[in-house]
Design a protein around this ligand. Structure first.
Ligand code: SAM
Length: 238
């Protein structure tokens, strides 16, 4: 990557943005929050994804928000601190996380392909690093559900791991023995197929998927050196 991509709203991660005031301000607070507890953590990609998503969401005060596939993320806590009405949904939710931080979050145990919420319940939906875990087959139904529960005109901020070639053999290198990764990947072709053609959801603004795979940041090398990064896409519910 040779130049910052900040002017293009939908784009791969650029960790250099973390030093910009908007990102740095949010990250300072997120670091303070996770310093209080041992549940949440901030993977390098999340340090970019949360501020990117928040900037893209352009939330009105007191918005009704769904964090879809929230896990034990600190992001819903931060959103609740800002005064929004926050719901977190996941197959397994950290029900006490809001209390721990003195904020109210409605945590709901459910899968994204069958959400227990009324139509048009939320002004905005965040889905951060989740769709790669749904299996390709689950993505259309999950997107249909996320669309259903979003207000017309509402935004859906999606981030996912982004690879040079989704058909490559990819091994995970973390703690313990390396293993061949079995979750689904997105390269440009898969991203366009699964996200940009979803019925009733339209890309907001321009999209730049160019990545210099030779200079992807070292922090992002957890797949035996296989080049990957993260990408953020904003869809509008039509
Ligand atoms: C990589 S974690 C990301 C969690 C969180 N969004 C964050 O930023 O830290 C992926 C999450 O997706 C959730 N997930 C996977 N499949 C799901 C499904 N079908 N329905 C709901 N949540 C799912 C997992 O339980 C996990 O918490």
């Amino acid at each position: 990557m040779t130049e910052a991509k900040r002017s293009v709203p939908n784009r791969p991660l650029d960790l250099r943005e973390l030093d910009e005031p908007f990102f740095a301000h949010i990250l300072k607070r997120l670091d303070e929050l996770i310093g209080r507890e041992a549940i949440s953590y901030l993977h390098p990609s999340k340090r970019w994804e949360y501020p990117w998503a928040l900037e893209r969401a352009r939330l009105s005060p007191g918005s009704s928000i769904l964090d879809a596939g929230c896990g034990a993320s600190i992001f819903p806590v931060y959103l609740a601190e800002l005064g929004h009405q926050v719901t977190g949904v996941d197959l397994s939710v950290p029900a006490r996380l809001g209390n721990l931080h003195g904020v109210h979050i409605d945590y709901v145990n459910a899968g994204l392909t069958n959400l227990p919420f009324a139509d048009e319940s939320f002004d905005a939906v965040f889905c951060i690093s989740v769709i790669e875990h749904l299996g390709y087959g689950g993505i259309p139904q999950a997107l249909a559900e996320l669309r259903r529960v979003t207000q017309p005109g509402g935004r859906l901020m999606i981030t996912t791991d982004y690879f040079k070639d989704a058909n490559a053999e990819i091994w995970y290198e973390g703690e313990g023995e390396p293993f061949r990764v079995d979750w689904n990947f997105f390269d440009e072709e898969h991203l366009r197929h699964y996200l940009l053609q979803a019925p009733g959801l339209t890309l907001e603004g321009e999209l730049d998927l160019q990545v210099d795979w030779n200079t992807v940041q070292p922090q992002m090398r957890r797949f035996h050196g296989y080049p990957y990064t993260s990408v953020g896409i904003t869809l509008i519910r039509t």
